[in-house]
Design a protein around this ligand. Structure first.
Ligand code: NAD
Length: 336
């Protein structure tokens, strides 16, 4: 196209090459639950392709990996369209990047974005549950954000997931959360797999995804899967919440599994304190965390800020440095 004019051939070629590498990695990670490159390597490809697109904006087409979420869904499961698109999160890795995000957010919100809710970024897989008049009718993976995989029978085997909500139930509720395996259960599962001559999982997140995305829900039922909910797509009827923290209070009343480890803070100092605390206490929770998620607390402000093509503007993930264990496991050639 004429827009592509002026982009050096080397940049075009590298962009195509990175797209292919990332698509292949996405397929192995999200569909096969069996990555063959480390997250650090994958993230480096993502950063490189983002930089290429910043220098040559015409490369940033809607089908670029930078504009998409997840991967095409597996044909092993029935496809379901989400009531609301499921998104990813933008990342920051350093204090100055967090400050830049806060400055941008405050500016977009007219200087009045606070308070903020800080919580742990659970290293699991994103799942949406639909409750109609309080009855669980569907569970689906995030998939490519618009279309996910129907895993209703599998999520029904997770003990944290109520089949019926209690109290003042909404007419329709689509709740989102993270399905995960506690670190101990992940390690035990890998020992069992190895003992049975099967390849172990690369990390807790892949083990949760692999355990949930089983054709036979009886296999899923034998895995110690857990769930924590951290948002909603649709909330129709009942007492509707006005802030993220109120969402969690309401979830609790409804019998949904929420974390007790979130904090509502007024400003960046409160956010930074929370990030530093969990950086030093990373292994206190029973599940693996890879960072902290900071969210604008008021839902009205969230709505005003809206989303980019792949992530909300009202939330950011602060990612901790990667951990040894993943690379160690990857070195012994896992689950391929
Ligand atoms: P992400 O993991 O960086 O974060 C987005 C997800 O965080 C959301 O979808 C949500 O489900 C989850 N989350 C956890 N706790 C949350 C909370 N409290 N509030 C809100 N959301 C919460 O992004 P992603 O798009 O899911 O995955 C991209 C990452 O996956 C990459 O950075 C890379 O680390 C990894 N990956 C690795 C490979 C590989 O081959 N190694 C391939 C693809 C992806």
């Amino acid at each position: 196209s004429s827009e592509a004019e002026g982009v050096p051939v080397t940049a075009l070629e590298r962009h195509a090459e990175l797209t292919e590498l990332i698509d292949e990695a996405n397929w192995r990670y999200y569909v096969l639950d069996s990555p063959t490159v480390s997250d650090a390597e994958y993230d480096a490809w993502m950063r490189e392709i983002q930089e290429l697109e910043e220098r040559h904006p015409s490369l940033r087409t809607p089908d670029s990996p930078t504009q998409r979420v997840g991967a095409p869904v597996s044909t092993e499961f029935a496809k379901v369209e989400h009531l609301q698109r499921m998104e990813s999160l933008d990342n920051v890795f350093r204090e100055d990047q967090l400050d830049a995000w806060l400055a941008r957010t405050e500016k977009l919100a007219g200087g009045d974005a606070g308070p903020y809710l800080c919580e742990l970024k659970i290293d699991g897989l994103a799942v949406a549950l639909i409750y109609e008049k309080g009855r669980l009718v569907r569970g689906a993976t995030r998939g490519n954000g618009s279309v996910g995989e129907d895993v209703t029978l599998n999520v029904r085997t997770i003990r944290d997931v109520p089949h019926r909500l209690t109290g003042d139930v909404p007419d329709l509720l689509e709740v989102r959360g993270e399905v995960f395996l506690p670190v101990e259960s992940f390690e035990r599962l890998n020992e069992q797999l190895v003992a049975a001559g099967k390849p172990p999982f690369a990390n807790p997140r892949n083990s949760a995804a692999g355990s949930l995305r089983q054709k036979d829900p009886r296999v899923t039922a034998q895995r110690d899967l857990r769930m924590i909910v951290h948002g909603f797509g649709v909330w129709r009827g009942g007492r509707e919440p006005r802030s993220q923290s109120e969402v969690y209070a309401r979830f609790k009343e409804l019998g949904l599994p929420v974390s007790d480890l979130y904090r509502v803070v007024d400003d960046r100092d409160g956010i930074w304190e929370y990030i530093q605390y969990y950086g030093a206490h990373r292994h206190d929770p029973e599940y693996e965390i890879d960072g902290v998620v900071v969210k604008v607390d008021r839902l009205e402000v969230q709505q005003d800020l809206g989303s980019t093509s792949r992530a909300p503007r009202w939330a950011i993930a602060y990612k901790y440095p990667p951990q040894e264990v993943n690379t160690k496991l990857l070195d012994i050639k896992v689950n391929v």
